[in-house]
Design a protein around this ligand. Sequence first.
Ligand code: TMP
Length: 246
Amino acid sequence: MSLNKVERNIIYQGKAKILYSCSNPSNLIQYFKDDATANNAEKHSIILSKGIINNFISEYLMKSLEIKGIPTHFIKRLNEREQLIKKVKIIPVELVVRNLAAGSIIKRYGINEGIKFSEPLIEFFYKNDSLNDPLLNEQHIEEFGWSDNNEIKLMKKEALRINKILIKIFDNAGIDLVDFKIEFGHCFNKKNEKQIILADEISPDNCRLWDKETKKILDKDIFRKNLGNLISGYQEVADRLGVKIN
Ligand code: TMP
């Protein structure tokens, strides 16, 4: 029986994705929606085919990370909108890695957009829409029991490795990786040992991507700042990465 015919239940409905159960209880199906939101869903639009482009870009980036030894939840792309992924318990902490200053950090501290940080800067945010994803420090994360010291160290190390790999991939495409957001989750490996792996997606929805020469914005800031056609930006990212959408 094809995966699409198996009865499925919605496990989680996010702003841009839906997670469905599937026949194997260790796995889930991740469906990419066309919904675009900004300012914690204050602004919302349906942008036709956004989910398709993100599915293909995220597949490419997750596979590239796996090849370099980063464990991820990605198993395979099933069709234009869906991926088969490992089921994880998401750690409710979003890691943002920043190479250049943009977005919330420039507003929060009054620094100039585009300055390069001396080292990639990692920030943590509590994944909670009703609280507007507040900024966290490591002590908050431990105190509230969302993760422990060893895991935080591991996630930071992985985030920096991921950053190095992604910077190179985008650099080869003439793109500056300004910043990105990632999430990790717990699962059990084949030896039944608890493991932390990269989850969610990596796409222009959760990265800032600027053309290296012109600084043209190619990511979701096109939507957040009403800069024009989001799809042409995302399609340009896919084309430059050599990702074929079919
Ligand atoms: P920020 O500058 O708004 O804090 O965002 C930093 C990066 O994280 C940017 O690439 C967008 C991404 N991001 C998400 O993917 N989801 C979110 O909920 C937030 C707040 C940011």
